[in-house]
Design a protein around this ligand. Structure first.
Ligand code: UDP
Ligand code: MG
Length: 196
């Protein structure tokens, strides 16, 4: 089993983050926390690449769609009016089709981050999926107020600056999907011995 400090995760600065000039700000937060960038590149992704980046199984469609549905219901907005369905998997499929549009409007900055429980640590730094719900201090909470009640109503995804792998399975798939083994670097940060 991997040591907690050797865990790896994939982060993308999404097109809105790159276009807004937030690449340095995003990277700085990971570095400051004591996480290590071990691979980094800018790519203008194809729709095909994004399609394979996000899952296409029902479980994922349902989990995305049920959160959307819950959010809409909490705001008393008619789900049916905007999605033409109340079925979470069908809603999730629509969100994915908008993701293909949004993630290909410009380049993304892809990176592999290694460090202490990297997957959950990075997710905390990134914040809630919906920036309007994200806590100040998190990336999404400091740089955006976007929300499904504005975005999904306009048939676009919530612009939330960063993608970060959600769990072990996503991290392994996504790292392999974006980087070849030769692009991933093994080195030691000068502060590692002092911090851990
Ligand atoms: N998304 C959206 N509306 C929703 C749920 C998701 O626009 O109701 C978009 C949003 O850009 C999100 C992406 O779809 O980042 C993937 O959703 P996921 O649930 O995996 O959120 P994440 O892991 O990015 O926080
Ligand atoms: Mg996710």
């Amino acid at each position: 089993m991997k040591k907690p400090k050797d865990e790896r995760t994939l982060v993308l600065v999404k097109p809105d983050g790159v276009i807004r000039g937030l690449v340095g700000e995003v990277i700085m937060r990971f570095e400051k926390r004591g996480l290590k960038i071990i691979a980094l590149k800018m790519v203008w992704p194809t729709s095909e690449h994004i399609n394979k980046h996000y899952p296409s199984h029902n479980e994922w469609f349902e989990s995305v769609g049920s959160r959307t549905k819950e959010f809409f219901q909490g705001k008393n907005i008619d789900v049916n009016e905007h999605f033409g369905t109340e079925n979470p998997a069908e809603i999730g499929k629509q969100v994915k089709s908008w993701l293909l549009d949004y993630m290909t409007v410009g380049p993304v900055v892809a990176m592999v981050i290694e460090g202490m429980h990297a997957i959950t640590t990075v997710r905390k730094l990134v914040g809630h999926t919906y920036p309007i719900e994200a806590l100040p201090g998190s990336i999404r909470g400091d740089f955006s107020v976007d929300t499904p009640s504005a975005a999904n109503v306009e048939k676009r995804v919530v612009k939330n600056i960063v993608h970060a792998s959600g769990n072990d399975a996503e991290a392994s798939h996504e790292i392999e999907h974006w980087f070849s083994p030769e692009e991933i670097n093994d080195y030691k940060r000068s502060d590692e011995d002092i911090m851990f």
